[in-house]
Design a protein around this ligand. Structure first.
Ligand code: PLP
Length: 359
């Protein structure tokens, strides 16, 4: 399928003045972005333009009522400098699932993928050396200026990118939620939608003030573990690797989590995706069977959890160097993403860099 994406290259590229291997996290944006608008029942005018500010009506529905969704994925470079796109199809599907839940139009998958290819192609000079990578941020939001609560009839779709460093995270201290919840059955916890993150900011501030890095979100009865921050969680109890199931659609279904489940099962590990109670984790801890706890997500890949506080108990997780599972997963997935392993799960698309044709 051929899509007619108009390309308007910037006349003032910033790339020559940027060291892409040395930028602060989330603060550098590549020279171009992709845009399209939904109007009269269809997506219109797909185009690549210079990265820049938007102009919005103060009555914009998204600003008031939060009809807004996003994604986050990465492109990296292999040893030859070929751009590698990682699991774009899974991210495209997930954005469209978020769209459905928020009563927004889906973005055609083929056009979405082609937009990513062309955008990464035109800005391939912004991809840092592995293990750093180019972060890709698609988003969609309501565009109607209207002050009543209803679904918008027009939408903005955008993709922009920016280099991110390999993100060394210091081990994370978690506090188990006791008052606030992130998501409940029937809600929007499984959608990557703006309000989910806004709702966590105040509880997170209270957690920081008490010396914790992240909140471990729990089911509304505070018995079952959901996830933390923008990461899914894995627990190694004895020789079994357990991650909370998403049966109530309260957890954001991570693509990194899916990668880890796939890699672990393929390597013959004992893996369970099921409901996991805090009581079970506390019991395992007291018996000395809690070997490893880590978060999974696109940004950090693996984030080691150093401590989990639950009521009066602080569970100290064993030293990092003993954590076979998280060390193995971080190495494997980083190597797969950098094209240093055979792509046996079909997760990589190698991008053939083309000189763009000005249209
Ligand atoms: C994005 C996200 C994740 C991780 O998803 P990945 O696809 O692995 O990056 C986990 N939890 C929340 C709440 C998220 O927004």
């Amino acid at each position: 399928m051929k899509h007619n994406i108009q390309v308007h290259p910037t006349k003032n590229p910033r790339l020559p003045n940027v060291d892409v291997n040395n930028v602060p996290f989330g603060k550098a944006y590549s020279d171009h972005m992709f845009m399209a608008e939904f109007k009269d029942g269809a997506w219109q005018d797909p185009r690549i333009v210079p990265f820049g500010d938007l102009s919005l009506s103060p009555a914009n529905l998204a600003l008031h009522y939060g009809q807004s969704i996003f994604e986050g994925m990465k492109a990296s470079k292999d040893a030859e400098g070929t751009p590698l796109l990682f699991r774009m199809d899974a991210h495209i599907t997930r954005l469209n699932n978020s769209a459905k839940r928020m009563d927004m139009p889906e973005f055609p998958a083929e056009l979405f993928y082609e937009a990513i290819r062309q955008l990464v192609n035109i800005d391939h000079g912004w991809i840092p050396d592995s293990p750093s990578s180019l972060y890709i941020r698609p988003l969609m939001f309501a565009l109607d200026p209207y002050i009543g609560v209803r679904s918008s009839t027009t939408y903005q779709f955008l993709i922009f990118t920016g280099p991110v460093s390999s993100y060394y995270t210091k081990p994370v201290k978690l506090i188990t939620a006791q008052h606030f919840i992130r998501a409940a059955k029937g809600g929007v916890g499984a959608a990557k939608t703006a309000g989910n993150y806004a709702a966590t900011l105040y509880p997170m501030k209270l957690a920081y003030e008490q010396g914790y890095d992240q909140i471990m979100w729990m089911s509304p009865d505070f018995k079952y573990i959901q996830e933390c921050g923008t990461m899914n969680l894995f627990f190694v109890i004895g020789d079994t690797i357990i991650t909370p199931a998403n049966s109530n659609k309260t957890i954001l279904g991570g693509i990194t989590k899916d990668c880890f489940l796939t890699i672990l099962r393929d390597a013959g590990h004992k893996v369970e995706e099921r409901d996991l109670s805090i009581d079970e984790v506390v019991n395992a801890y007291h018996k000395g069977e809690l070997k490893d706890v880590f978060g999974s997500g696109t940004a950090a890949v693996v984030a080691a959890i150093s401590e989990i506080t639950y009521k009066d108990l602080t569970m100290v997780i064993p030293p990092l160097e003993t954590r076979k599972t998280s060390i193995f997963l971080k190495e494997e997935l980083t190597a797969i993403r950098a094209g240093e392993r055979p792509d046996k799960f079909n997760w990589i698309e190698k991008l053939k860099v083309k000189k763009h044709v000005t249209t």
